[in-house]
Design a protein around this ligand. Sequence first.
Ligand code: ADP
Length: 472
Amino acid sequence: MKIVHLATEFAPFAKAGGLGEVLVGLSRELARLSHRVEVVLPKYSFIPPIGLHPSLSFLCEEGGHFHENRAWQGYFGQCHLTLLEAFHPKGYFQRPHIYGYQDDTSRFLYFTKAALEWLKTAKESIDVLHLHDWPVAVAAYLQKESYRLPIKKVILTIHNGEYQGLCAHWDLEAIGLQSGTYPKEAFQDEIHTETLNLLKGGVVYADAVNTVSPSYAAEIIAQKGKGIAFARYQHKISGILNGIDSVLWNPSDDPHLSIHYQQGSIEEIERGKEGARHLLAKHFGLSEEKRPWIGNITRLVPQKGPELIEAGLCKTLELGGTFLLLGSSPIASIQNHFETLKKELFTESAFFHFDYNEPLAHQIYAALDFILVPSHFEPCGLTQLIAMRYGTIPIVRKTGGLQDTVFDIENNKKGNGIVFEKATQEETTRAIERAFLLFQTQREKRRELIQRGMRIDFSWKKPAQEYLKIYG
Ligand code: ADP
């Protein structure tokens, strides 16, 4: 099959969160199965052109003006990469970050249209055009009703249904979709009816839609009072659990770890984790004695439960453990709050690092005893999966993909973590207390959990088969 992904992230060189990793893991596995996989994404100026060569140039119209674009091509393993460089007067992709700009809608609508122009120029038959999230969702409509390229199927994956790409009719006009030429209901937000919803347009026009876990698919279908009534489209919505890329995340040859370890001997695993703790403790002045080490690696946004993370952090310190937090917030009030917390609490047992730092993330996954993921909702969640691969026991709230991957040790034979039901501070701190109890009084059970987590196959093998089924 020839499969083309349209996306705004690709790890490691353009990653803001889970999406970039999913793109790598899924593409790599599909390519391994001998499918021809191409990933098309913007050529952000922060991506060095190493291993890329310039290929065709082509024009793309926006608001009556034609802008030049150049395709850069290369390979990532067996995956074919096409990065589109836009010579746009507003420097759409000449910026330090992927998202967070006022004109994000215009930037990604332009990219989506340019990607279709590129596919038109490339003149190749495609089995599947696979779209990821709201930034490129309009491609479903453009392909079906305007471009009509030789593409058999259009698939839309919703990595996070909270972000729907709300915009105005003039945003679509800029890429040539005049009001009255497309059915307004297909793009009309169901709450703010004067507003257009790009993700909804994608859901309406894609042949199949999926989210990244079965539980989250059920949750969005049951949701009421949101911009998209997913229940109306449930006949074409499914849930496919994400995997994690076993090359990016592999404690047995992770370049960021001082001591490598793998599933097998618990002594070897414990030595590896101790090595990671030792490295961090030495570097950041942390206590190796104050155990357990509990932590979180996250974007500090309301979805992730920053108030619950804070409750877990305070409880950990109160009980004599160490807490490590890697991540920052795009929301000033949350960021300021955590900076104040850092000033108040920063000691040898409370570590805060407000940055995006890939090597440090690897070291923290290995060093932790437990990872706390108390999300209010979670489409899939990768941190609990990565943590288990590194021998770290997850403490999660029962929602979405967390619910599909972590099972409580008390209630379940396949128990692999600590699960709590309600997103409250009481339940979060109770879960931390349970973690302490496990750590301090049940050594063998804890060792068995570490091994069990590391044995689970979270690779892309199974998810890729499920995608192939919806690709048809
Ligand atoms: P989301 O996509 O909602 O942010 P996921 O759990 O699906 O959450 O994926 C988060 C990914 O981003 C994980 O790979 C995690 O390790 C990584 N990540 C999050 N914050 C940071 C950070 N501050 N530094 C490094 N990696 C981070």
